[in-house]
Structure formats: structure tokens, C-alpha cells
Design a protein around this ligand. Structure first.
Ligand SMILES: CC(C)(COP(=O)(O)OP(=O)(O)OC[C@H]1O[C@@H](n2cnc3c(N)ncnc32)[C@H](O)[C@@H]1OP(=O)(O)O)[C@@H](O)C(=O)NCCC(=O)NCCS
Length: 131
């Protein structure tokens, strides 16, 4: 059974990124999904950090969050350019909403090596336990 959910708008507070807005979907005060946006220079808005809890996916939560944010953007930021870096799961909705594809990107990573001069600041696991 689909549970009803509510959406809370977290406005920029000055205690974290001052230009970040968040929208949180919650059921009984537990977060089940969120999206964010950053107001950037040159009348640009970055849409980011879309997430819905695995147990609540494919019930329209992302769509509702998206529509709520879009309504706010349309009311407050006419003429701005909204953009996002999408994953395959979020791309279809953005295309449906009239966004066009641009550059793609590739995720890369590496572990930062420990140099010979660095020592660990925490006890190693083979340290004898004496208490
Ligand atoms: C992407 C995500 C936020 C979608 O949340 P959701 O609440 O399940 O999405 P909705 O039910 O509102 O679906 C809205 C639309 O998104 C698209 N969509 C959602 N899940 C999808 C999937 N697994 N594959 C393809 N399209 C998908 C569809 O276009 C869908 O519309 P439809 O239901 O009419 O087909 C969720 O799967 C998630 O948190 N994924 C992991 C994090 C992630 O990838 N975030 C995106 C970062 S860019």
C-alpha cells in the first residue's frame, strides 16, 4: 500500500551552504527522499542530490519532489538556466521535463597512499588489550 508523504522545503540558513535549498519527503517525520538545488553565479541553478529510499522507489516521490522544486523555481527564478548531472535513473524525468542533454562525465577514483613519513595516529588492531 502506498503511504502518503509530505514535503518540507529547507531554505538556505546561512549555517550550511548559504545558497542551497532542499526539499525533503517524509513519512511520520522520517526522511524517505530528498532533492536539492544550488543558486549559482550568472543566473544558473544546479539541481543535485536526488535520492529516494530503496523501499519507497517507483511511487512518484522523486516526481513530486521535482515538481515542487520546479514550481518554486518558476515562481522565483524566471530566466535562470537550470542544469543537472544525471544518472540513468534520473535522466528520463529530466528529459520528460524538457531538459536537453549536454556533456557526459565518467566517475573516477583512487585511494590516497600512505607515505613512509606518515604514521597512523590510532592504535593498530594487533595492540594487546590490557583492560
Ligand atoms: C533516481 C531516484 C531518485 C528515483 O526516485 P523514485 O521516487 O523511484 O522515482 P519516481 O517514482 O518519482 O519516478 C519518476 C520518474 O523517474 C524515472 N525513473 C525512476 N526510477 C527509474 C529507473 N529505475 N529507471 C529508469 N527511470 C527511472 C522515470 O522516468 C519515472 O517516471 P515514470 O514512473 O512515469 O516512469 C531513485 O531511484 C534513487 O534514489 N536512485 C539512487 C540515487 C540516484 O541515482 N540519484 C540520482 C542522482 S543524479
Amino acid at each position: 500500500m502506498k503511504q502518503p508523504f509530505n514535503i518540507m522545503h529547507i531554505l538556505p540558513s546561512g549555517t550550511r551552504q548559504y545558497c542551497m535549498h532542499g526539499w525533503v519527503a517524509h513519512i511520520d517525520n522520517t526522511c524517505v527522499g530528498h532533492i536539492h538545488m544550488l543558486i549559482e553565479a550568472n543566473q544558473r541553478i544546479k539541481f543535485l542530490d536526488a535520492w529516494v529510499h530503496e523501499e519507497y522507489r517507483r511511487r512518484g516521490i522523486f516526481r513530486s519532489l521535482w515538481d515542487t522544486r520546479w514550481q518554486y523555481v518558476q515562481s522565483n527564478y524566471p530566466e535562470y538556466t537550470a542544469y543537472a548531472w544525471c544518472k540513468p535513473m534520473s535522466l528520463p524525468l529530466l528529459l520528460e521535463k524538457g531538459f536537453t542533454t549536454g556533456e557526459s562525465s565518467i566517475y573516477v577514483e583512487r585511494k590516497v597512499p600512505i607515505t613512509s613519513k606518515q604514521t597512523r595516529s590510532f592504535p593498530s588492531t594487533d595492540c594487546p588489550v590490557t583492560c
